[in-house]
Each structure stands twice: as C-alpha cells, then as structure tokens.
Write a protein that binds this ligand. Structure first.
Ligand code: HEM
Length: 272
C-alpha cells in the first residue's frame, strides 16, 4: 500500500520572513484584476496638502456639488424626502434640499453650535428632526424644516456615530430618576408630598410625574389605580395610627414595580 501523503506543513516565521524578502512590491502602483498597472496614486499627505477646491471636479457628472463646508466633510445623510444633511471639520452641519428632493426652493441652512468637528448625522424616521454628533461630545437635535435647535444632549466623549430608531420615537424613562430631576421639582431629593398640593402642583409640568408612564402607552389602569390607592390609604388613616418600627427601608430598584427592600415592620394601633 502506498504511503499516505504527508499533511501540509504550517509555514514557520522564518519561511514568512524569507517570502517577504523575495517579494518585489512597488508601493506606487496598484494592479487591477488582470494584473494591469493602474494609475499612480498620491499618498494621503499630498492630498491633504492640496487646496480643497482642487478636489471638486467642475466637469463631474454629480447631480449636485455642495461646497459650503470649509474643511473636510465627515458625514452625509439623505432623508426620505431628498434633503441632504452633512457635517464637517469646520464644526458645522448643513441641511439643504437635495437634487431630487421635493422642495427645491428651500435655502440651505447652516446648523451652527458644535464646538468641534461634526462627525455623525442622520434624520429621524419621519424626517421631522435631524441629529448631528460631534467631537465636542454632544449630539444636537434640530427641527429639519426650520433648522432651529431643539435640544443638546451632552455625552461623555467624542461622538463617532449616531443612529435613530427606524420606526418611531422610542423613549426609555425611569420614573425613579424623573422624580428626582431638579428641572421639574423644587426639592428633588426630599420626601415632599406637598409638591403635588394646590398652589404648587409641580407635577403639572408635562411628563414631570411619570409614575403611570407617559405618552401613548401610559397606564390604562391609572384612574383605577388612583382610586384603589386612595381607598386603601383613606381607610387605613381613618382607622389606624401607623408607625415604622424597623429601619426606614431603601427602595428596591430591581423590582418591576419599585417597593421597599427587605421586610419593613409597621405598628398599627387602632384609633379609639
Ligand atoms: C398604582 C398602580 C399602578 C401603577 C403605578 C401603574 C404603572 C404603570 C406604568 C408605569 C406603565 C407603563 C406606561 C408606559 O410605558 O408609558 C403601565 C402600563 C399599563 N398599566 Fe398600569 N399601573 C398601575 C395600575 C394598573 C391597573 C390597576 C391596571 C388595570 C386595571 C393597569 C393596566 C396597565 C396596562 C394595560 C398598561 C399597558 C398600557 C400600554 O402599553 O398601552 N395598571 N402601568
């Protein structure tokens, strides 16, 4: 019986070194699939040194050439209605009607306010808002029809990408955090039920009080919930004096509905 062929040997580091030394690589030439030499390519440094205007080919077949950025363009996004959003090294973003857009008469809008290169941009699912992210660490939301700034979101570091939810405006909000926002409540960290009392009514600010959620999916049992809680508290308060006898408990944020941690003990003394 013939001997089985020897298994292929893994190349050693010395083999690779020898192969590389034997190669004749011309850095300035690229070859296409047929092995034909392609035109010489300038290295990055020489492109960076050249005047930006030289890079815009006047006889280009492009439908649109937009040259308002005073520096490198780092990001471009096209909305469903054809508007074009771009950001660049001049710390600016531009929002303009695209060549195939619906409203050609609109003027290009310069979105200013970032303190560093604008590196990421995109439109919301309904094209109503535009977002720009920058190396200044912030994301800015703009009204896409007027160009006015809606909100600035401060992040921890350089923004290199951003992405909108593809279908809708999804917001995750924690009622426990919302209940402690100094922008909504005068004493955000205090147990201060009077914040809801007539005259103060701090919960009246939209979305300040989100114990039952907010928006389209807010709790369907909200009124029943209020009724139930008021009934129980009213009956207890009219019939008992209550006193906590264990340590005041920490909130248990691991539960779906936040309750007290551990087993707090309350003494109920029937009112005379
Ligand atoms: C004090 C009592 C209650 C509290 C604190 C509470 C809280 C909540 C919260 C925070 C949500 C999520 C809202 C959102 O995603 O924006 C919710 C949703 C919901 N709750 Fe309640 N809830 C209570 C009682 C009830 C009761 C008694 C019922 C029914 C009888 C109920 C039915 C629902 C339903 C059906 C949803 C889902 C609504 C949707 O996704 O469209 N809840 N609740």
């Amino acid at each position: 019986m013939a001997d089985a062929p020897a298994p292929p040997q893994q190349p050693t580091a010395e083999d690779l070194q020898r192969d590389l030394e034997g190669m004749d690589v011309d850095d300035d030439l690229l070859r296409d699939d047929d092995g034909e030499a392609m035109e010489e390519v300038e290295d990055d440094a020489s492109i960076a040194e050249s005047d930006d205007e030289d890079l815009v080919k006047e006889d280009s077949d492009a439908l649109l050439t937009f040259d308002k950025h005073e520096g490198a363009v780092y990001c471009v996004s096209v909305s469903k209605n054809g508007d074009i959003l771009s950001g660049g090294g001049d710390d600016r973003a531009w929002l303009q009607p695209g060549p195939l857009g619906e409203d050609q008469a609109r003027r290009a809008m310069c979105l200013e306010g970032h303190g560093d290169s604008v590196t990421a941009c995109g439109f919301s699912h309904d094209d109503a808002m535009a977002a720009t992210g920058a190396y200044d660490g912030s994301v800015k939301l703009w009204d896409a029809s007027t160009g006015s700034l809606l909100r600035t979101l401060e992040g921890p570091g350089d923004v290199e990408w951003l992405s909108w939810h593809p279908k809708g405006d999804v917001v995750f909000a924690a009622p426990a955090v919302q209940g402690r926002l100094a922008t909504c409540w005068t004493a955000p960290d205090a147990f201060d039920p009077d914040r809801y009392a007539p005259g103060r009514e701090e919960h009246a600010m939209p979305f300040a009080h989100i114990g039952f959620g907010g928006g389209i999916h807010q709790c369907m049992g909200q009124q029943f919930g209020y009724c139930q809680v008021k009934t129980i508290l009213s009956w207890l308060n009219r019939n008992y004096d209550m006193e906590i006898v264990s340590e005041f408990p920490e909130p248990d944020y691991t539960a779906m509905v936040v309750g007290p941690k551990g087993k707090p003990m309350v003494r109920y003394v029937r009112k005379a």
